[in-house]
Design a protein around this ligand. Structure first.
Ligand code: G3P
Ligand code: MG
Length: 254
């Protein structure tokens, strides 16, 4: 497996400050703003389709009642996931993982696919997501390069399942704050990266993680000055809702 090269800026949930999060419009916006990679969140519909959405419930981003896990894909696909953000995005839907990866591929982006917990359905989530990834990577072979991909999760159960079910996909451990056992957990789960919240990271912590040979990614930073501090600490990648602001700072940073 070629070593994974993460970019300094990753569009968070697409480009969540500029377009509705976790939609195809958001992925396209991130590409237009210059992001080389996007991150998005994946949950399982009632009938087992991996879909791109952050919350376990539908309310905030679609206005609909109910939970993602109890709603069939056909219903999810009929919901408006754009209008809540801005009326100009009315008609954006909750995309399937496969559609999101197709979009990523067409745009030549990389993707960090964050698998959200699916209690009691971990294997189904990981199996269906890795099938969708395999289809997206395989589709149009020869026409478009396969996108670089990183699977991540805050759930160790999910990462452990991913290690068994799709060992070829690089894995990242997400944590609000690096857990005490981050070193052994990352080794046991075969993770190549640690993704921690910006508020929890210290300079010493960043040094330790980097010297353990892990990639280090930080979420979510929208202030370019703050981003420059993290890059100075050796952080590899920063998740941002406004990727163009950080990319401009990065160019200045050199
Ligand atoms: O994967 C990094 C970041 O997206 C984790 O937080 O809540 O935005 O998914 P959240
Ligand atoms: Mg996320």
């Amino acid at each position: 497996m070629a070593p994974l090269c993460l970019p300094p800026v990753i569009g968070h949930r697409g480009a969540a400050g500029r377009a509705p999060e976790n939609t195809l419009a958001g992925i396209r916006r991130a590409a237009r703003l210059g992001a080389a990679w996007v991150e998005f969140d994946v949950r399982l519909s009632a009938d087992g389709t991996p879909v791109v959405i952050h919350d376990p419930t539908l309310k905030r981003t679609t206005g609909a009642p109910g939970r993602v896990s109890t709603t069939p894909m056909e219903t999810l696909a009929s919901l408006d996931a754009g209008a809540w953000f801005d009326p100009q995005f009315a008609g954006e839907t909750v995309p399937s993982l496969e559609a999101a990866l197709g979009c990523v591929r067409e745009l030549g982006l990389g993707a960090n696919v964050e698998l959200k917990p699916a209690p009691g359905r971990t294997a189904a989530l990981v199996e269906s997501s890795s099938r969708a990834i395999a289809r997206a990577v395989g589709a149009g072979r020869g026409r478009l390069a396969a996108p670089p991909l990183l699977l991540s999760s805050a759930s160790r159960v999910i990462l452990d399942a991913a290690r068994r079910i799709a060992p070829e996909l690089p894995r990242g451990l997400v944590a609000r704050r690096a857990p005490r056992d981050w070193r052994s957990a990352a080794a046991r789960l075969g993770c190549v990266s640690l993704h921690v919240s910006a508020s929890s990271l210290t300079h010493a912590g960043a040094r330790e993680i980097k010297s353990a040979g892990l990639r280090l990614a930080v979420f979510t930073v929208n202030d370019p000055k703050r981003a420059s501090v993290f890059w100075g600490w050796g952080v590899d990648s920063i998740f941002s809702d406004v990727p163009e602001l950080l990319l401009a700072a990065r160019r200045a940073y050199g």
